[in-house]
Design a protein around this ligand. Structure first.
Ligand code: MOS
Length: 731
């Protein structure tokens, strides 16, 4: 079984010693507070700043009439996933809650209170903010360098189109699944502390990719990337919301430059809902056609979404099941008066898996075939591109999960009762593409007997600090306590554009750990070379020098590397190790099977989660404990979409009516259970030498479908629009 270790950063976090971005208080620090629009569409015609300027402590108020200078647009793929317009660019209001000003004052309270005194006059127009309305007029997706939005049509010889294949199927299901917008709702709000010295910026700002953040900031500010130093050792949750750069850090940096004072900007909780991205609303129509034997003959997956970012067809359907006929299409609702969408944990995958795995459950009912059996009859042996999987044990996930969970006890819908409670069991699959970027890791031996292992990735709460320490310890044959990981800093190494986004796409562990092995080998080679060549070394000229568990051995003597470096008066012996992505001869994915039990009150229709089992096939599990945290967190993230979460947009005003953590419902401890998480732990040598595939988003995929399928089994009511609220379960 895998190793398991408590987080090495646990003590510093729970004692409050860990400094998150907003915890940095510098001499002469001043505070910025964002002003946001209170209309959904139109123009600002006046901003009366008189009272705000007269308020105590106010240094400056930036607006479109007195803007900060930004260059743009965002570089590379950031333009797809973050706001394309620079803040304070003009008088136009594109959505409710758009940034229209920044007040900078001596204290946080002064900035906030002055912002409340700004009087804004608008020329308002009716906003186009209703997705319900907009989805009636979908448009083809924009063309981007990414495969998002790509139409996929695969038809068997002689089949004219997908509708013909559906019509020729003996059993057909057609259903539409609707998901509302959702927000990341991470604990730590987007915050930035910016300080300039000699034309160079130091930025404390929580991010998933320190180097990408530095580059995006550099472009926005019109300076060289090398002149931006992003520091982000601790990130209080991100989920995709901190993968790209948002206006609060841009405004903090630009104001700090203009005022020649360090500036701190902390985004308010309500503001987070509008200025830092979200998961776009979507509506997916599935057509499934099958023979009486359950073999799929046609899969039609047509989606309309607010944004190309949320493309469930492309992300999900090609990966799940074999079918001779597949047609996947995305349409979007452009130019809506809504905040900018971005990636959010399992973008497209959570959305698509809810629809697909609900549809498969519905098909299993129509066919009278057990849901697991139906999935096995359509098991994908090779990828849609015809490649074999590097490792796929989803069948074992189903088998092991069914046994652990007691799947055989499942009854007919609406028939299993415990007093006033209806009991239901549901299952769903999770499949998530397993990425691995090229990267560079630096390993350095130090005279104090420690070794540093550095990469410009991020730990957004995932356990990366610990995974890097454990992998470094294994590679160097040292106790974990003697490995000093370094991450969350734009000056640490990365391989380039494919790697600079750091902890995204559930790929950080798969990316960084093999590079640690390479860098450790290189560093050991350098250490041996140092031992035989450095003045003052007792190993000078020896030809039998070896590295053994932290010691340099040879010539009849033995020193720890710390002793050696102390003797030679050397501050470090270091090497970089570079890795390439895995070979192209395989398809790479992680897999899981989810099993969910719910209890539904027969009178109130309250749904209680009562049991959850997940069996995971994700290659080597590097740290069982943090991996378990990733899976349970990911599952709850997916369950949350089914249980409670919904950004409510008022169609008439474009205002989000629940933009706070009181009204935006999230499951809390009382809503969940101790989950049964089991790792198959089959190492995957084809993905890398550590054999680890990604898990960060794996738990999220399919979890909502398992819940909705369990609710159906309990009640006989199929809910195709999330969240599953009691009103949707009334008979
Ligand atoms: Mo994840 S949505 O790739 O941060």
């Amino acid at each position: 079984m895998a190793d398991t270790l408590n987080r090495i950063d646990a003590r510093t976090k729970v004692t409050g010693a860990a400094k998150y971005a907003a915890d940095h208080n510098l001499p002469r620090l001043v505070y910025g507070h964002l002003i946001t629009s209170s209309i959904g569409r139109g123009r600002i015609v006046s901003m009366d700043l008189t009272a705000a300027r007269a308020a105590g402590g106010v240094l400056e108020i930036y607006t479109h009439e007195h803007p900060l200078t930004f260059h743009g647009p965002p570089p590379g793929i950031a333009i797809i996933f973050s706001e394309a317009r620079s803040p304070l660019a003009d008088a136009n209001v594109h959505y409710h809650g758009q940034i229209i000003g920044l007040v900078v004052a001596e204290t946080l309270e002064q900035a906030r209170d002055a912002a409340a005194l700004v009087k804004v006059g608008y020329q308002a127009q009716p906003p186009k903010s209703s997705f319900e309305e907009a989805k009636k007029h979908p448009a083809p997706p924009p063309v981007t360098p990414l495969p998002l939005g790509k139409e996929i049509i695969q038809l068997a010889p002689g089949v004219t189109d997908i509708d013909a294949a559906l019509a020729a199927s003996e059993v057909r299901l057609e259903a539409t699944y609707d998901l509302p917008p959702r927000h990341h709702a991470m604990m730590e709000p987007h915050a930035a502390v910016a300080v300039w010295q000699d034309g160079k910026l130091t930025l404390h700002s929580g991010t998933q990719g320190p180097v990408a953040h530095a580059e995006e900031m550099a472009v926005a500010l019109g300076i060289a990337t090398a002149d931006v130093h992003v520091i982000s050792p601790y990130v209080g949750g991100a989920f995709g919301g901190k993968a790209f750069t948002w206006a609060p850090s841009m405004l903090a940096a630009a104001a700090a430059r203009a005022l020649d004072r360090p500036v701190k900007v902390v985004t308010g909780r309500e503001q987070l809902f509008t200025v830092t991205g979200h998961r776009a609303a979507s509506s997916q129509t599935f057509g499934l056609g099958a023979g009486r034997d359950g073999r799929l003959k046609a899969i039609k997956h047509f989606t309309t979404s607010q944004s190309i970012v949320e493309d469930p067809g492309y992300r999900t359907t090609p990966k799940f099941y074999e079918s001779p006929n597949i047609h996947i299409r995305l349409r979007v609702t452009p130019d809506m008066n809504l905040p900018t969408a971005t990636i959010m944990r399992a973008p497209g995958d959570e959305t698509g898996s809810f629809a697909l795995e609900s549809a498969m459950d519905e098909l299993s009912v129509l066919l009278g075939i057990d849901p697991i059996e139906l999935r096995m009859r359509n098991y994908r042996q090779v990828s849609m591109e015809g490649l074999p999987y590097s490792g796929k044990h989803l069948d074992e996930c189903y088998r092991v999960g069914a046994a652990r969970f007691g799947w055989a006890r499942r009854g007919e819908p609406g028939t299993v009762k415990d007093g006033d409670w209806l009991i239901g069991l549901g299952m769903a699959s999770s499949i998530l593409g397993a990425g691995r970027a090229p990267t560079v890791v630096r390993v350095a031996f130090r005279p104090n007997g420690t070794a540093t292992v550095g990469n410009a990735t991020s730990d957004a709460g995932t356990g990366m600090w610990t995974v890097m320490a454990m992998t470094g310890a294994r590679a160097l044959n040292l106790p974990v306590a003697r490995i000093k990981p370094a991450l969350g800093d734009s000056r640490l190494p990365v391989a380039g554009p494919n790697d600079q986004y750091g902890a995204v796409g559930s790929a950080a562990t798969a990316t960084v750990t093999p590079a640690i092995l390479v860098a450790a080998r290189e560093a050991i080679g350098k250490l041996v070379e140092h031992a035989t060549t450095a003045p003052g070394s007792p190993f000078l000229g020896a030809d039998d020098v070896r590295y053994v568990e932290g010691r340099v051995v040879g010539k009849g003597t033995s020193l720890t590397f710390g002793e050696l470096l102390t003797r030679t008066g050397t501050t470090e012996v270091a090497a970089e190790g570079t890795t390439a992505p895995p070979d192209a001869g395989h398809a790479f994915a992680s897999f899981a099977a989810h099993f969910c039990e719910v209890r539904v009150n027969r009178w109130t229709r309250e749904v209680r989660l009562s049991r959850f089992t997940t069996v995971v096939d994700a290659g080597t599990i590097i740290n069982e404990k943090t991996a378990r945290g990733q899976i349970t967190g990911g599952v709850l993230f997916g369950l949350a979409a089914a249980m409670a979460e919904e950004v409510r947009v008022e169609g008439a005003t474009g205002r989000i009516s629940n933009a706070n953590l009181a009204d935006y419902l999230l499951p809390v401890n009382a809503d969940t259970v101790e989950m049964d998480v089991h790792f198959l732990d089959h190492p995957d040598p084809a993905i890398s030498a550590t054999g680890a595939r990604g898990i960060g988003e794996l738990g999220t995929v399919g979890a909502g479908a398992a819940y909705a399928n369990a609710v159906f089994n309990a009640t006989g009511v199929r809910v195709r629009s999330l969240p599953v609220t009691a009103d949707k379960l009334l008979p």
